[in-house]
Design a protein around this ligand. Structure first.
Ligand code: SF4
Length: 227
């Protein structure tokens, strides 16, 4: 289980101040609309973001980046457009699963799909084949404005290297730790905090906290390393 140690919670809050001071607010998620965020959240599964950008650019060029247009596309055409994101047949099927729920149960309105209690919308998203916790929470937090902290591989790597969690901790335990430690703000301020917190961890993970040979000397979190 992730820790309930108060000093860990203090360090998590301190970590944000140091990352924010180093990088500034990241204004995440990088997208032009909530629908694009949801598409990006599926496309980014198991691939680097630069590959997602190519796939999104293809969708924009084909004028397919709306729920209705994408829903009307044959799935093999959709797969070809998103090919740069990798696993394109599987991701096209996952997009279709998401679009089917959006179009057939919510009349194509993402606002309607997201308009409920966080746990209700989260369960709705998780019931869609191909949408797991990280994808669902990305959609909730960034497209729906719900307070649902996103945990990813960067979070786990950074946290475990700082002894804020164990490598064996599961998604829900880490999410509970973050939501408890970082839950002191309310409503829009909390959503913005959690949106930017996750974005800051991604920056640290990309720039410094590599799987091998982390660049701790230049990292804004170096003062929080265990002694
Ligand atoms: S690079 Fe080093 S200091 Fe930075 S998050 Fe990773 S382990 Fe911590």
């Amino acid at each position: 289980m992730a820790t309930s140690n108060p000093s860990v919670k203090r360090q998590l809050r301190q970590a944000y101040q140091q990352m924010h001071r180093a990088h500034g607010h990241q204004q995440w998620w990088p997208a032009d609309s909530p629908f694009e965020i949801c598409v990006g959240a599926i496309l980014t599964q198991n691939t680097a973001w630069k590959n997602v950008e190519h796939a999104i650019a293809n969708l924009k060029t084909a004028k397919a980046l709306s729920a209705k247009r994408m829903y009307d596309l044959p799935v093999d055409e959709l797969a070809q457009l998103i090919r740069p994101a990798g696993y394109y047949n599987m991701k096209a099927a996952r997009l279709r699963n998401f679009l089917s729920v959006l179009m057939e149960q919510h009349n194509g309105s993402l606002q309607r799909m997201m308009a409920d209690k966080t746990e209700t919308v989260r369960a709705r998203l998780l019931s869609i084949n191909g949408i797991g916790p990280e994808t669902a929470d990305s959609m909730l937090l960034y497209a729906g404005g719900h307070a649902s902290f996103v945990i990813d591989a960067y979070t786990k790597r950074i946290f475990s290297r700082h002894d804020w969690c164990k490598e064996t901790d599961v998604y829900d335990a880490l999410q509970t730790l973050c939501q408890t430690a970082l839950g002191q703000r309310t409503d829009a301020a909390r959503t913005d905090y959690w949106q930017d917190y996750h974005a800051q961890l991604v920056v640290v993970g990309n720039r410094h906290c590599r799987p091998k040979n982390p660049h701790c000397d230049e990292c804004p979190l170096r003062s929080l390393l265990p002694t």
